[in-house]
Design a protein around this ligand. Structure first.
Ligand code: ATP
Length: 205
């Protein structure tokens, strides 16, 4: 028997735009959400092929004697060396993509109408091309800064540095099938409800 098609919807947006908050609303509507950041960390710690790739790239010091990931050491190696960071991402992103595709298939077989994959760097990694549809969450920069200061207890300068290290929002817009404005003026619940309806319409007609 042919496997049923799993519909995969990506959800992305810059730091503090509200991706996680939006995903919580989709979850309330019964849509399973794959958190790419969480699973990237898990796979780095548990996936034997990925662990072997990282060790081959960075050396045995990437993992501690007990097999756990030596994140601070790796961060030190890669953040001053963009080529190394890129090489590391080229190992991690495909591993996450493969895992999330299998997860999506499993969720679909269990009855989910479609699944969401939440990733901050979805467009940067090129993995938006693996999605059937893409949702972009946007918010005014000042609001993003305020929200992240409040959530993470960091300074406005630290938030600005993180925003500036990401792809500008305006460049992400052409890739999106749906845009959510999380600006405090437009209802998030209404936008999520309407997008869910439109996605279901596309899938089931
Ligand atoms: P990151 O990329 O850093 O993971 P994110 O895009 O997932 O961020 P969230 O964590 O969902 O963003 O939101 C950032 C903070 O702003 C959170 O503390 C969240 O509760 C708050 N927030 C998000 N949207 C709203 C909103 N519409 N009204 C009030 N607070 C909000």
């Amino acid at each position: 028997m042919e496997p049923i098609k799993s519909w995969r919807v990506g959800i992305t947006g810059g730091i503090g735009t509200g991706k996680t908050t939006v995903c919580q609303l989709f979850e309330i509507l019964g849509i399973p959400v794959y958190d790419a950041d969480y699973w990237a960390k898990w796979l780095i710690g548990h996936d034997p092929t990925l662990k072997a790739g990282i060790t081959a790239l960075l050396g045995a010091d990437a993992y501690l004697p007990d097999g756990s990931y030596n994140r601070p050491w790796v961060a030190q190696q890669v953040f001053s060396d963009p080529a190394q960071l890129q090489a590391l991402n080229h190992l991690v992103h495909p591993a996450v993509e493969k895992h999330s595709a299998a997860w999506s298939q499993e969720m679909t077989e269990k009855g989910a109408p479609y699944t969401l994959k939440e990733a901050a760097l979805m467009i940067e990694s090129g993995n938006h091309r693996k999605m059937d549809l893409l949702i972009l969450v946007t918010a005014p920069e000042e609001l993003r800064i305020q929200r992240v200061i409040q959530r993470d207890g960091i300074t406005p300068e630290q938030v600005r540095a993180r925003i500036n290290a990401q792809m500008p929002e305006a460049e992400k817009i052409p890739f999106a099938h749906f845009i959510i404005q999380n600006d405090g003026a437009h209802s998030l619940v209404k936008q999520v409800w309407e997008i869910n309806q439109q996605i279901l319409q596309k899938i089931f007609g």
